[in-house]
Design a protein around this ligand. Structure first.
Ligand code: BTN
Length: 334
């Protein structure tokens, strides 16, 4: 598409690029160049045109399009080789699960600018307003046995922390098991879903869905969610480029996925323990099934990323994701 080639040329040159040079380098007529510039402008690109000088790209939109994300995306081994971007989906996880039935390759990433039925853990919904967040799912075909699954969501949590730190200069913490948090509030949600191949006892496909609150203002959250959620804009006081962050996230997920397949989890376990905001704190354990609330001290993370807790009588046990929800003594984290 000539609009992408024109955009690439304008990106390479910070100054004006004459119509004549664009025409020479791309073999396009003046009319075709004008059409491409017009189409880019309609897609939110701020392109200045000056007679005698040509065209200059002043600003690119904060758009979760393949073009914008690839502009920031470095080389990855598996994740994001194939990228599907949509203005709206019901849920990127649903779309990824549909793709799992096709020949879509390992590492295919799906990104939406909004979701009409974003899903969270434990059948909750995930608010996904347009133009505010990053709603991303990756389809994985790891060929691992399910007992190697527990680290996946923890690794995804560390990948989010790394990506946010690289792009924004602040590192979120992790509320066990996998909620990236900033200023004591939830910045991101992660939902991992798997389908098993029963005879082979292998994970057939794994869908890791990640929703990051990036440009939300308080009104973008419902009143109940406002109490516990935060966006990067709220925490940092300035906007963050969503395509840049989405690209960094794909790169970090790619690194984490390599570690999962090659058994290089030690580095991630150490990072998780550093990031985990619950360790060394008193936590309230809210069982997802029957049973009453319990208060205990969070003392360690085991090798499967389970939370080791110690009761006031000194007895220790490990709780696993899905078994309990963890809250701070007073609030969401603390
Ligand atoms: C949670 O905190 O309960 C998990 C929320 C996960 C939300 C993400 S947004 C992208 C992907 N698509 C979904 O429908 N859910 C996940």
């Amino acid at each position: 598409m000539s609009r992408n080639t024109v955009l690439t040329l304008l990106r390479e040159r910070e100054d004006f690029l004459s119509g004549q040079e664009i025409s020479r380098r791309l073999g396009l007529s003046r009319a075709a160049i004008w059409k491409a510039v017009d189409a880019l402008r309609r897609n939110g690109y701020d392109i200045e045109a000056r007679s005698g000088l040509g065209y200059r790209l002043r600003a690119a939109p904060d758009a979760l399009t393949e073009t914008e994300i690839r502009n920031f995306l470095g080389k990855t081994a598996v994740i994001g080789q194939e990228l599907h971007c949509f203005p709206e989906l019901d849920s990127t996880n649903n779309y990824a699960k549909g793709l799992a039935q096709t020949s879509a390759p390992d590492g295919t990433a799906i990104i939406a600018d909004s979701q009409t039925a974003g899903r969270g853990r434990m059948d909750r919904s995930f608010q996904s307003p347009k133009g505010k967040g990053i709603y991303l799912s990756v389809l994985l075909r790891p060929g691992l046995s399910p007992d190697r699954l527990p680290p996946v969501t923890a690794l995804a949590g560390v990948a989010v922390c790394e990506a946010v730190e690289r792009v924004c200069g602040v590192r979120p913490g992790l509320k066990w098991p996998n909620d990236p948090v900033l200023n004591g509030k939830k910045l991101c949600g992660i939902l991992t879903e798997m389908s098993l191949e029963a005879e082979a006892w292998h994970i057939h496909t794994l869908v890791v869905g990640i929703g990051i609150n990036v440009l939300h203002t308080p009104e973008d959250f419902s009143p109940e969610v406002q109490e516990i959620a935060v966006s990067l804009l709220q925490a940092l006081g300035k906007p963050v480029s969503r395509p840049r962050l989405a690209a960094a996230l794909l790169e970090e997920l790619d690194r984490a996925y390599a570690a999962l397949r090659n058994g290089g989890l030690r580095e991630y376990h150490a990072a998780y323990c550093r990031d985990c905001v619950n360790l060394g704190r008193t936590v309230r354990l809210l069982p997802t099934g029957s049973g009453g609330e319990e208060v205990a001290e969070a003392v360690d993370i085991d090798e499967d990323f389970g939370l080791v807790v110690q009761r006031p009588d000194g007895a220790r046990r490990t709780v696993h994701s899905g078994e309990v929800s963890v809250r701070g003594l007073w609030g969401y984290v603390e």
